[in-house]
Ligand binder design. Structure first.
Ligand code: FAD
Length: 469
């Protein structure tokens, strides 16, 4: 049988059920479609476009080594996929499932149109351990709180083992676009110039990253994961985002790594569980990036947008070292440590009282792991408007967080060269130490807002929302 395999956020050959099924059935044409036209599909941000370019380059190589070829097409899925299926004389179209609202609509309509045209269509579970609709509360609703959600997942059937990579693929080729013509890479200026030294997009890079993590960092994950100055987390997020690695592979690799302590393993699995939970929420609330999950927050009195304050936050010029180091890490590397993401998000929505959607959009554009579920769900978690959210009155203090989680200032020094010469206690709040500043004048901004009064302003705004006035 001739099958058209449509790859989306599953850019891998291993543990790819749609690929394995298509290969077992006969010849395969593999397509990646750049669809910026189907209604409701969120265009990729700049950093994710950089990643996609390199990931597709890598996929084309691994596919060619296996006997296949990658066809690149651009356009609206409803026309492009049936068109290509006709062109190659496909009898079947296979894909792995995706879970965003607009994406599901595109896939459902396509499935029915292709079936009407007489083609076999099959979709597979590849990117989530637990299909969102299968996890239901006792009353049949969806989960709104992480802990019972994850407990239910852990009590459900154990995730399947990874699907074997097909051996030799019988590939079908067809004309397609040149990757360069898609212009996914930034130019003038090339703000991603440092990314290549840090990241290796593609399946081999994802496998290497997983192996390194299991060999080294997983051993101290539970305690180390909160310290941004340590390389204690996996940095697998962009690989998972583009499906260069599946959660099933992570699951199974953990089982095969007896050297990892139970506490580290449990904590790491539950972080992967947070990813599942975010997708569970997005599946049930497709407009998570646009609307408050808790509709009472619709009346929240955000400050009228101040371009200057938003720009200071985006550029890492707030005068708070941990916030600024985080925002500069994001700009320079396309990634930010999780604890710092929470701190910078809290600073934006609470101390600056700027609507969380402005921060979510900036992250969407600048993160290599920008994820349609994890990004809005976490922003809403910090803002207090989300499911199972941090209570609004929890305001992260960037100075306390910095002293606690980066005590020696190692993280701050790596992204704030202008503060690099300051000793440890001073570096967390340079404005408080005029002696240090006299000795070494700093090219570093004064704090943008005072922490105490800005925190109080946020709490007052929340109290007005709660009391309905
Ligand atoms: P590890 O600690 O090694 O965790 C392993 C994996 O678990 C991660 O790769 C990720 O897939 C998942 N994970 C861990 N923490 C979370 C979490 N809180 N929510 C969902 N999944 C999680 N993560 C994204 O993948 N994409 C995003 O766009 C994104 N936006 C965020 C925005 C904000 C405001 C915050 C506070 C967090 C956001 N996160 C996002 C979650 C988290 O910060 C990253 O997943 C994590 O930092 C990635 O680094 P890692 O791979 O080393 O994580």
């Amino acid at each position: 049988m001739k099958t058209l395999l449509w790859l989306r956020d599953d850019l891998r050959l291993q543990d790819n059920p749609a690929l394995a099924a298509a290969a077992a059935a006969g010849e395969i044409a593999v397509v990646y479609l750049l669809d910026e036209e189907s209604p409701g599909i969120r265009p990729l941000g700049g950093a994710a476009r950089w990643w996609l370019h390199h990931s597709l380059e890598s996929l084309a190589t691994t596919l060619a080594e296996a006997g296949g070829s990658l066809i690149l097409r651009r356009g609206r899925a409803a026309e492009a996929i049936p068109g290509l299926a006709r062109e190659i004389g496909a009898e079947a179209v296979f894909w792995n499932r995706r879970y965003g609202g607009a994406e599901r609509q595109v896939d459902a309509q396509l499935k029915s149109a292709l079936r009407t045209a007489g083609l076999q269509v099959a979709s597979f579970q590849a990117n989530l351990l637990f299909e969102p609709w299968t996890m239901q509360t006792g009353t049949g609703g969806h989960y709104k709180v992480f802990t019972p959600f994850w407990r239910a997942c852990r009590e459900a059937a154990e995730p399947r083992p990874p699907v074997a990579e097909p051996g030799r693929i019988r590939g079908i080729s067809a004309a397609g676009d040149e990757l360069a013509a898609w212009q996914l890479l930034p130019r003038n200026p090339d703000w991603a110039s440092e990314f290549s030294g840090i990241w290796t997009p593609g399946e081999p890079g994802a496998q290497r990253r997983l192996a390194e993590f299991l060999d080294r960092n997983a051993q101290a994950y539970a305690v180390g994961r909160d310290e941004p100055g340590l390389e204690a987390t996996s940095r697998l997020s962009p690989h998972l985002r583009f499906g260069e690695l599946s959660p099933f592979q992570i699951w199974s690799a953990l089982q095969g790594s007896p050297g990892i302590a139970a506490e580290d393993e449990r904590t790491f699995r539950s972080e992967v569980g947070w990813r599942e939970f975010c997708w569970h929420l997005l599946y049930h609330h497709p407009d998570l990036a646009d609307r408050n999950y808790r509709s009472d927050f619709d009346a929240f009195a955000w400050q009228p947008a101040s371009d200057a304050e938003l720009a200071a936050w985006q550029q890492g010029n707030t005068g708070y070292p941990l916030v600024d180091a985080g925002m500069r890490q994001l700009w320079q590397t396309g990634w930010m440590h999780n604890r710092v993401r929470m701190v910078v998000a809290s600073f934006l929505v609470k101390n600056l009282l700027i609507d969380w959607r402005a921060g979510e959009q900036w992250f969407w554009d600048t993160l290599v792991d920008a994820d349609a579920a994890s990004n809005p769900a976490n922003w809403q978690w910090v803002a207090g408007s989300g499911a199972d959210a941090a209570p609004y009155f929890r305001v992260f203090n960037p100075v306390t967080q910095s002293k606690k989680f980066d005590a020696d200032g190692k993280y701050l020094r790596s992204f704030l060269p202008e503060l690099a010469g300051l000793p440890a206690p001073v570096i967390h709040e340079p404005w408080k130490h005029p002696t240090a500043l006299d000795e070494m004048p700093l090219d570093y901004p004064e704090p943008l807002v005072e922490l105490g009064p800005s925190r109080q302003r946020a709490l007052d705004a929340y109290a007005r929302l709660r009391d309905g006035n």
